[in-house]
Write a protein that binds this ligand. Structure first.
Ligand code: HEM
Ligand code: HEM
Length: 244
């Protein structure tokens, strides 16, 4: 497919006016229900990611918030991965309503898995930091082009990949997400309440939020090692690559 056409398809989808033939099938709502769950989860991710970005203004001083919001993001990102993965699976296993709805535009189809890999990689690298603690996180893993690389450098590198990939995804998906959740998305019957399965979607989102809160209660104490009051053994070791 010629490049201009590939880009046209993405711009049309990003406008939120693309006609996606999402059938409504009972009891879950089928492709239309799945698209709604993906869109609501996307908006929840957007709010949490925005809050997490604010903690970067002073990650050290706000380390509890940084770790807390970071952990809240994990179940929500996993729900997003499951909902989009289900759509891909149903499409490739020939489930008719999903075949009729069709795949996303090619460039978004390629971008999707990269957004998932960078998001889950960023979150996993954050968990590694709090599990192994500050001292070991600042130990040099290897040196590349004269740059010392430790576990924090890995986390920062994944952040830049995530920022670029999820940023592109957000540009293409924010208007469709708002159109879907406000019931204005073209190519589907009636308002959001008309889509079967709203109880299941509410249950999935609520269970995800409950799991996220439980994860924070269990994991946040691990952030103590990163507190500035020297919670970790002797504070950052001298000559470590990442400034405290
Ligand atoms: C930052 C806020 C985000 C918003 C508002 C958002 C919104 C959306 C929307 C509306 C769709 C299309 C649903 C459809 O009509 O089928 C979508 C698809 C998708 N999203 Fe997101 N998303 C966000 C973040 C993420 C993140 C962090 C991930 C990774 C965990 C992700 C992974 C995907 C994938 C793999 C798809 C399927 C490919 C596609 O159709 O583009 N999204 N997203
Ligand atoms: C489970 C989730 C997460 C955990 C446990 C976590 C933990 C940490 C820790 C311990 C640090 C080192 C702080 C220091 O150098 O003193 C850090 C740094 C950082 N984190 Fe996270 N993080 C998580 C998620 C995220 C997310 C979602 C983002 C971005 C959206 C992010 C972006 C960053 C950045 C950019 C730094 C480097 C800050 C700097 O050196 O100025 N992290 N994180």
């Amino acid at each position: 497919m010629p490049i201009p056409r590939l880009i046209d398809d993405v711009l049309h989808e990003a406008s939120g006016r693309a006609e996606r033939r999402n059938a409504v099938t009972a009891p879950s709502g089928g492709p239309a229900g799945n698209a709604l769950l993906i869109a609501w989860t996307g908006l929840l991710l957007l709010v949490l990611i925005a809050a997490e970005l604010i903690t970067l203004l002073d990650v050290r001083g706000l380390i509890d918030w940084h770790v807390g919001i970071g952990v809240l993001l994990i179940p929500v990102a996993l729900l997003k991965t499951a909902a989009t993965g289900w759509r891909i699976l149903r499409y490739y296993t020939g489930h008719q309503p999903y075949r009729t709805a069709g795949p996303p535009p090619t460039l978004l189809r390629v971008l999707g898995p990269l957004v998932i890999a960078s998001t889950l990689g960023l979150l996993a690298s954050g968990i590694v930091l709090i599990v192994v603690g500050e001292e070991r996180s600042r130990q040099n893993l290897f040196t590349a082009l004269g740059q010392r690389v430790d576990l924090i450098t890995v986390h920062q590198a994944l952040f830049f990949a995530f920022a670029a990939l999820a940023g592109l995804h957000l540009l293409a998906r924010i208007a469709p997400a708002l159109a879907l959740t406000s019931g204005r998305a073209p190519g589907r019957l009636g308002s959001t309440t008309a889509v079967a399965g709203s109880g299941r979607r509410t249950l999935a989102l609520s269970a995800t939020v409950v799991a996220a809160v439980i994860a924070v209660v269990l994991l946040l104490p691990l952030a103590d090692d990163w507190q500035d009051d020297g919670g970790g053994p002797g504070g950052p070791p001298p000559g470590s690559s990442s400034p405290p």
